[in-house]
Design a protein around this ligand. Structure first.
Ligand code: SD4
Length: 320
């Protein structure tokens, strides 16, 4: 069940030119495939790219990777890829993970510096190594060995903001929470599920801090038999409860996606012993039947939902 639903239009092709949000009352029960769902309003451009890639190539994994690359390349997005906020030392360190439900394989990178597309490096970890997670210098050396091109990720704008923050001599990690991580999950017409998550993490985090986004069961989890879930928000609150794993398990036990996301937030709130307003956790989920949903604690949270005949921005269930 969704509150305050806002919807774009019936035609994906026509979405590009639309700036207005049109409320309608479409039911979540209208499950259809292919289906792509992503966090925040910028997730719409990513999901549309995913659909385009799927339609052209037939590859769900390419669709997820290239869709997420759109957010990573977006300079306006200050929590993902190039243009992302730096850590407390003024260095951009990126986290990402990639998971294939069909094979239960996964790859992640954390604290990756100077490579603009951590989602692609994460997918390469999955495909080319026996490991799941590479971090820091090792992750960068692997990216280089795979032919990824290096790039300065700190933009002038982010540098100025960081200098202003630094001049106030704050405690590291004391910045206001920023929530622009992309988690994107997809289901194709053959029932293949996959997903990815990419972020620069919390602004001005301690150097070396890794959040939920590259951690399986934290920022993302995909189970080929059940469904997939993604997260955005304060990673520590998500990680301590394996938030996305929990959502997938709730769906395995019969909950539909929104119900599962809401139940995970209820569980986390209980475990964290914090008021809901301090949690800053936001989830999305899809199941194998092509149903989608979400729940979050931030009023501004939105999810993008794209199928072959619709592209909508939706307001997930707000947990208060
Ligand atoms: C983190 N979960 O590093 C990420 C931040 C985030 O939207 O989601 N921002 O904790």
């Amino acid at each position: 069940m969704f509150l305050n639903r806002r919807t774009f239009t019936a035609s994906v092709g026509a979405v590009a030119g639309l700036s207005q949000l049109i409320p309608i009352g479409r039911a979540n029960a209208n499950a259809s495939t292919p289906l792509f769902v992503a966090t925040w309003n910028f997730g719409l451009a990513s999901c549309r790219k995913s659909l385009e890639v799927l339609q052209q190539s037939g590859s769900l994994l390419d669709a997820v990777e290239l869709g997420i690359q759109v957010a990573e390349a977006d300079l306006k997005n200050d929590s993902v890829g190039v243009g992302g906020a730096p850590n407390a030392d003024g260095v951009v360190q990126l986290d990402a993970c990639f998971m294939d439900g069909a094979t239960h394989r996964a790859g992640s990178v954390a604290g990756l510096e100077n490579y603009p597309h951590p989602i692609s490096v994460a997918r390469r970890v999955m495909e080319k190594t026996k490991h799941v997670l590479l971090v820091g210098d090792g992750a960068a050396a692997f990216a280089q060995s795979q032919g990824f091109k290096k790039q300065e990720l700190l933009t002038e704008e982010q540098k100025k903001k960081w200098e202003a923050w630094k001049s106030k001599q704050p405690a590291p990690g004391a910045a206001p929470p920023n929530h622009d991580t992309i988690a994107l999950v997809g289901l194709d017409a053959n029932g293949h599920l996959a997903g990815g998550c990419s972020t620069s993490g919390l602004a001005y985090k301690l150097a070396g801090r890794v959040g939920d986004s590259p951690i399986l069961g934290g920022g993302l989890y995909v189970d080929g038999e059940v469904g997939a879930a993604g997260a955005t928000g304060i990673g520590e609150n998500i990680m301590r409860s394996c938030g996305t794993f929990l959502i997938v398990e709730f769906m395995r036990n019969g909950m539909e996606p929104t119900q599962a996301c809401k139940a995970a937030i209820d569980r986390i709130a209980k475990s964290e012993r914090k008021p809901i307003s301090e949690l800053h956790i936001n989830f999305l989920a899809i199941d194998k039947k092509g149903r989608w949903g979400g729940a979050g604690t931030d009023n501004s949270y939105e999810i993008a939902v794209v199928t072959s005949n619709s592209a909508t921005l939706e307001k997930p269930f707000l947990v208060k």
